[in-house]
Write a protein that binds this ligand. Sequence first.
Ligand SMILES: Nc1ncnc2c1ncn2[C@@H]1O[C@H](COP(=O)(O)OP(=O)(O)OP(=O)(O)O)[C@@H](O)[C@H]1O
Ligand SMILES: [Mg+2]
Length: 270
Amino acid sequence: MLKIDKLTKAFGANKAVDSVSLDFDRPMMIGIIGASGAGKSTLLRMLNRLENATSGSITFDGRDVTALHGADKRRWQRDCAMIFQQFNLVPRMDVVSNVLHGTLNRRSTLATMFNLYPSEDIHRAIDILDRLGIAGHAAKRAEALSGGQQQRVAIARAIMQDPQIVLADEPIASLDPMNAQIVMDDLRRIHDEDGRMVIANLHTLDTARRYCDRVVGMRAGRVVFDGTPEQLTTGVARDIYGADASFSEAATSTSIDALNAATSTPVPVA
Ligand SMILES: Nc1ncnc2c1ncn2[C@@H]1O[C@H](COP(=O)(O)OP(=O)(O)OP(=O)(O)O)[C@@H](O)[C@H]1O
Ligand SMILES: [Mg+2]
């Protein structure tokens, strides 16, 4: 379905992504983990063509994504919607209009200039907001919402594009544990109920283990782990993060788990 072959991105002498090959044969929920600078964001940005690869290829359903131009490239970008750590909403614009921005790629410039949206799009936007539990905020300005609510608006905007793949770059890094859990639950539902592939860069091990079907570990631009959450042992994690003996799982925990089991204490690696 999605096949990444020897994908490389060099910035000068630095290979941010270094010959990464991955094969996903069905829509899954995939977590990408790794230390800061490992190349996680660069990999996602190449996937939706925000960044051009230096070499290698990305194939989706047999089509070479790296070779797309113009309208075909824009269609691909609609097919793989992106969610960011900082939400990237228009702060002063109301929530529904922010969600409707997800249809921008297929509307005329004129319609966009005058903020003219077909009523079926407006209804769909509100339905999506309702599904995410935030329809009550539809008329508010985005900036009036909490971080967790804003991230759910960003998810709604992504769903509005009706994408096959949802890419999320550290979607919960700016959220408290409660909102982090709500947002991860939403992403999981988007996979479970809609059958969309979700690929999320996550900065914490526990979140990857808990929510993902498959976890990819990156280190210095390379894939050093690709397996199930069960295979992601503490030893493997230590290798991914390149940590020394002082490595502790607690250092890579968002404490979503702690929220549910207040008694469990992460065990440091001796
Ligand atoms: N536009 C750029 N120009 C030059 N170097 C870049 C650029 N973008 C990323 N890099 C470099 O590429 C490497 C990978 O960066 P990337 O942002 O993909 O890492 P990351 O795994 O997402 O890290 P983080 O967890 O901090 O978000 C880093 O060494 C970074 O400095
Ligand atoms: Mg990043």
